[in-house]
Design a protein around this ligand. Structure first.
Ligand code: PGA
Length: 241
């Protein structure tokens, strides 16, 4: 059975105080949310403590946005699995296109981060996706297959989420057509040893397009940036119909 996972990716937004204010508006909206949906907030490191202290008994899981592969060491600005464990983290976003584009993550370092996340018992959310240029050149499948193949070397596919995030759709309001997102996710599923891996769509998911996206047979959830920052908007996404 494939699990449904709806995850908010807050990126570099929200102080601790803002995270708590979000919870006040958000948790009350989840009373009718079906039990089979996993709801995740991937917050900045500095907000993880506030979230973990205020989510006891709530059905929301905590996610982080990065993890380093070494246990400790001279890696300024990085974070280890043991550090994240102190905050009840369950999910870790790995290989987001912003990490690949601005912070030098490669398929090789993405692979190391995925393995580290699993070693600490977290579920990694591996992000893959093509640029507009690659899509226009007909390279979408090849780009994604390479990211999957290289990213998943030595990775346990029973403890994994994948997010298909076309880069041209992230933060642009330009969502990938639901049918096309479904098709690419089908291609991703064909590359996997475990066909039950949860595969999300990400890229301008909004309250007004989530129902159509989630109606697609291959789409098992969403990774949501901008629209996860406001409680009512993210609640509408989590409670898609
Ligand atoms: P967006 O971001 O929903 O703002 O497009 C998605 C993401 O980057 O995960």
């Amino acid at each position: 059975m494939r699990k449904i996972v709806i995850a908010g990716n807050w990126k570099m937004f929200k102080t601790q105080a803002e995270a708590l204010e979000f919870l006040q508006g958000f948790l009350g909206e989840l009373t009718e949310t079906p039990d089979d949906r996993e709801v995740v907030l991937c917050a900045p490191f500095t907000a993880l403590g506030a979230l973990s202290r205020n989510l006891h008994g709530a059905r929301v899981r905590i996610g982080a946005q990065n993890i380093h592969w070494e246990t400790t060491g001279a890696y300024t600005g990085e974070i280890s699995g043991a550090m994240l464990q102190e905050f009840a983290v369950r999910f870790v976003v790995v290989g987001h296109s912003e990490r690949r584009q601005y912070f030098g993550d490669t398929d090789e370092t993405v692979n190391l981060r995925l393995q580290a996340a699993q070693k600490y018992g977290f579920v990694p959310i591996l992000c893959v996706g093509e640029t507009k240029q690659q899509r226009d050149a007909g390279e979408t499948e090849a780009v994604i297959i390479k990211q999957i193949e290289k990213g998943l070397v030595g990775v346990d596919q029973t403890n994994l989420v994948i997010a298909y995030e076309p880069i041209w759709a992230i933060g642009t309001g330009d969502t990938c057509e639901a049918v096309e997102a479904n098709r690419v996710i089908g291609v991703i599923r064909q590359q996997l040893k475990n066909p039950d891996v949860t595969i999300q769509y990400g890229g301008s998911v909004k309250p007004d397009n989530v129902d159509e996206l989630m109606a697609q047979p291959e789409i098992d959830g969403a990774l949501v940036g901008g629209a996860s920052l406001e409680p009512k908007s993210f609640a509408r996404i989590v409670n898609y119909v």
